[in-house]
Design a protein around this ligand. Structure first.
Ligand SMILES: [Zn+2]
Length: 381
């Protein structure tokens, strides 16, 4: 199938970090695509606390030997003093960078005061990558080290009674950042009964995001195209959210706006697409099983051979908390989240998440599934 939308977003625009002109350009492009299909569109913009990486971080061991350690800055981490911090490293325990992403945590410690001045988080089972810090972890400069480099660092921490490292990080907060959600509506006979197809269009600060998540936007647009000229009882709405990589700020904003205008109750079900383009078993998270969502999803998978294609489907419970269905689930709305490798996608939040990682056959299967699901959900009163 055609991947023109992924090409435009991931290749021509590239990195679409929330709050940047590139993210806004992506939102305007997507809005134009929905409008060209005859949908009613709008941009829903909001302000948020943004963050900007001014220089890539530098981490190196300084004693008892000298060695550079490649690392990634974590979103919302404050910067170090300009000259960096050169301090002893100590392992201080475990931390959940995100739910499902348990890592070891080390600190650069001021030997006089015992104060933790910076954090080095090591991800032993996967590559380093750009990630967003959860609220309580945003007080000191922090970087993520992954894979072999993380394993080496762990060994050095064990082997040397005193290990010193220098970290330099230049980053700043942007309190007046703006991001926009793209909303597109196909009115059905009932305007107060809505099936919502969602994806996010932003990326992490360093990733062109072909799979994560230009692929989800492509599926949403392709489904909208297939629905052209079909009149359905329920209204079908499409939303591509901004600032998902900032812990779902766009979808949180949208749910809040629906609540404030008394429209939240019109949303019957949400289908959230995040990375629907990897050659790996489908990961599905169905929550709030109103609308018989799980049975309907299983029927669509059966019909299009997803069980045969991958040998299995990963049904996940409890609710997966880190994509755009989560704010809807919290508000009590039935939602299904369709993805593939999730955090185990090896190019997640990396510059290598490019066009060549998109599996077109899987992408098309997901278009078939979501199209069938939307017809099923919106096709009956
Ligand atoms: Zn994503």
């Amino acid at each position: 199938m055609d991947i023109d939308v992924i090409e435009h977003l991931a290749q021509e625009i590239g990195v679409r970090f929330a709050g940047t002109p590139a993210e806004l350009e992506a939102a305007r492009f997507i809005e134009g695509q929905f409008r060209a299909l005859g949908l009613e569109t709008s941009l829903e913009c909001f302000q948020f606390l943004g963050w900007e990486l001014l220089d890539p971080p530098e981490l190196s061991i300084t004693a008892p030997f000298v060695a550079p350690v490649p690392c990634f800055a974590l979103v919302y981490a404050p910067g170090t003093p300009p000259a960096g911090l050169d301090l002893p490293v100590r392992r201080i325990g475990r931390t959940a960078l995100l739910k499902g992403l348990e890592c070891n945590k080390h600190a650069l410690i001021d030997p006089k005061t015992g104060v933790q001045r910076a954090h080095i988080i090591t991800r032993l089972q996967g590559p380093g990558a750009a990630m967003t810090l959860l609220e309580p972890a945003r007080a000191v400069p922090a970087v993520l080290v992954g894979g072999e480099e993380a394993q080496a660092l762990e060994r050095w921490v064990d082997d040397y009674p005193v290990l010193r490292a220098r970290l330099t990080l230049r980053a700043t907060r942007r309190p007046d950042a703006t991001s926009c959600n793209v909303l597109a509506t196909r009115p059905g006979r009932d305007l107060n009964s809505v099936v919502l197809v969602a994806a996010h269009h932003d990326t992490q600060y360093n990733a062109p995001g072909a799979v994560d998540n230009a692929s989800g936007v492509q599926v949403a647009l392709e489904v909208a195209r297939r629905l052209s000229g079909v009149r359905l009882p329920r209204t079908v709405q499409f939303a591509t959210f901004g600032a998902e990589e900032y812990m779902m700020l766009g979808s949180k904003h949208h749910v809040q706006a629906l609540e404030e205008t008394g429209r939240l109750g019109t949303i019957e079900a949400v289908i959230n697409l995040d990375m629907p383009a990897c050659n790996a078993p489908t990961r599905v998270n169905v929550t709030q099983d109103g609308m018989h969502l799980k049975a309907r999803v299983a029927r669509a998978f059966e019909r299009f051979g997803l069980f045969d294609r991958f040998g299995r489907v990963d049904w996940q419970t409890p609710p997966w908390p880190t994509s755009d269905h989560a704010p809807f689930v919290e508000a009590g709305i039935p939602a299904v989240y369709i993805s593939h490798r999730g955090l185990r996608y090896p190019h997640l939040h990396l510059p290598s998440d490019k066009l060549d990682k998109v599996d077109r056959e899987v992408l098309r299967l997901n278009v078939d599934v979501v199209h069938a699901l939307v017809l099923d959900l919106a096709g009956s009163d």
